[in-house]
Design a protein around this ligand. Structure first.
Ligand SMILES: Cc1ncc(COP(=O)(O)O)c(C=O)c1O
Length: 399
């Protein structure tokens, strides 16, 4: 298909006409089981009645005013997110990259307030924070950066999951003001750190008076089986947390939340967004939070995620060419020993939407509302695809 859309994406040859729950129908009436949720966005599935109702009602009432005025739905949403997370205040925007831009600006201003003229934010290898200039600089993937020099100054990179390297970098950079990371690296290949890593980062940041910035754009809003991935452990409350994706179930909305020493850093006139937190987006997000709570989706995700992880392990662990099976809740990765981007198209032909990231990691992010039958179908289809794929590729055994 050729059209006037700028070709910034390598698109698959399919277009969807409608969706219901975990299922999408293409323009030729073929059905697909969605194990990607628009990359962790449609966490309640497609056309969820509560979200649809909220959008319909709000569209008939008031879509947009301006942040020149009070927006009661924005205040309600900020209060709900603060209660759920333990954070204190929220800035609303429209995407994950924008939420991270706000976080980076907070880090820099925090540094300036302390008299540091050239603040440094410590970021991680393998990270992904977005495509704006600041967030692509923070991103630990050269492919995202190539062609866009000069990148921004003020970022230093350390390996993910390595507390000693983090301590060393902080020792080396007296201008360090913040550490920015994902609790599980999504685009980086569903990389789960050691159980003590996040708590370690928290305690280092506290000792050194640095802001801990957690990018929960992909992991937040129930994806891993807690509202936010940092809540799997005690005492990991970040100073800054960013959200987007699942917050609006497809209605564009992002959020940057602050606690403790990050509160009050941004003052009137320091930051803004025309659309950020408008009534329409906030009404959808409130419906998302209500539904996750009412339908007890967090325990559902914990149970189904553990089930799927165990099912994949049982069926694929001993398969030559499968290197690792990992994840938390319904954020799952199957790493192969060979690049496997071709699996995406093969899955599509079989009526299944999946993704491959970091070249060799099959990533699954199904809607949080999938039922047991749909979970079994995903496991069955994925295992067959992986086995068939590996049987036609030269693989080394890692056993
Ligand atoms: C962890 C993380 N941060 C930030 C982003 C960027 O979000 P957006 O595409 O909404 O700007 C993404 C998108 O994949 C992400 O996974």
């Amino acid at each position: 298909m050729t059209d006037s859309v700028m070709p910034t994406y390598g698109r698959l040859d399919v277009a969807f006409a409608k969706g219901q729950g975990a299922w999408l129908t293409d323009t030729n009436d073929k059905q697909y089981l969605d194990a990607l949720s628009g990359i962790a966005v449609c966490n309640l599935g497609h056309s969820h009645p509560a979200v649809t109702r909220a959008i319909q009602h709000q569209a008939e009432t008031l879509v947009h005013t301006s942040n020149f005025y009070h927006i009661p739905l924005q205040s309600q949403l900020a209060d709900r997110l603060s209660v759920l997370s333990g954070m204190e205040q929220v800035f609303f925007c429209n995407s994950g990259a924008e939420a991270n831009e706000a976080a980076i600006k907070i880090a820099r201003k925090y540094g300036h307030n302390k008299g540091i003229d050239k603040p440094v934010v410590i970021v991680m290898d393998g990270s992904f924070h977005g495509r704006t200039m600041a967030t692509l600089t923070a991103t630990g993937n050269a492919k995202v950066q190539v062609g866009f020099d000069p990148l921004l100054p003020g970022f230093v990179r350390v390996p993910y999951n390595d507390l000693d390297a983090l301590r060393m970098a902080i020792g080396h950079w007296p201008e360090a003001v913040a550490v920015m990371l994902e609790p599980i690296q999504g685009e980086g290949g569903v990389k789960t750190p050691d159980p003590e890593f996040l708590a370690g980062v928290r305690s280092i940041c506290t000792q050194r008076k640095l802001l801990m910035i957690l990018d929960e754009v992909q992991t937040g809003i129930g994806r891993t089986g807690q509202w936010f991935a940092f809540q799997h452990k005690d005492d990991v409350l970040p100073d800054v947390m960013t959200l987007a994706k699942g917050l609006g179930n497809g209605m564009p909305i992002g959020a940057c939340l602050v606690a403790d020493k990050a509160v009050g850093v941004l003052e009137a006139g320091n930051h803004g967004s025309t659309f950020g937190g408008n009534p329409l987006a906030c009404s959808a997000a409130l419906a998302v939070l209500d539904t996750i709570e009412k339908d007890k989706l967090l325990s559902h995700v914990q149970q189904l995620g553990a089930y799927m992880l165990a099912a994949f392990a049982e069926r694929l662990e001993d398969q030559a060419g499968v290197k690792d099976i990992r994840g938390q809740g319904l954020m799952l990765g199957i790493e192969l020993t060979v690049p496997c981007a071709a699996l995406v198209k093969q899955a599509l032909e079989e009526g299944l939407l999946i993704n491959v990231t970091a070249d060799s990691v099959l990533r699954l992010l199904p809607p949080l509302i999938i039922n047991q039958e749909e979970a079994d179908l995903i496991v069955e289809k994925v295992c067959k695809l992986v086995r068939d794929f590996l049987s036609t590729h030269a693989v080394e055994s890692v056993a």
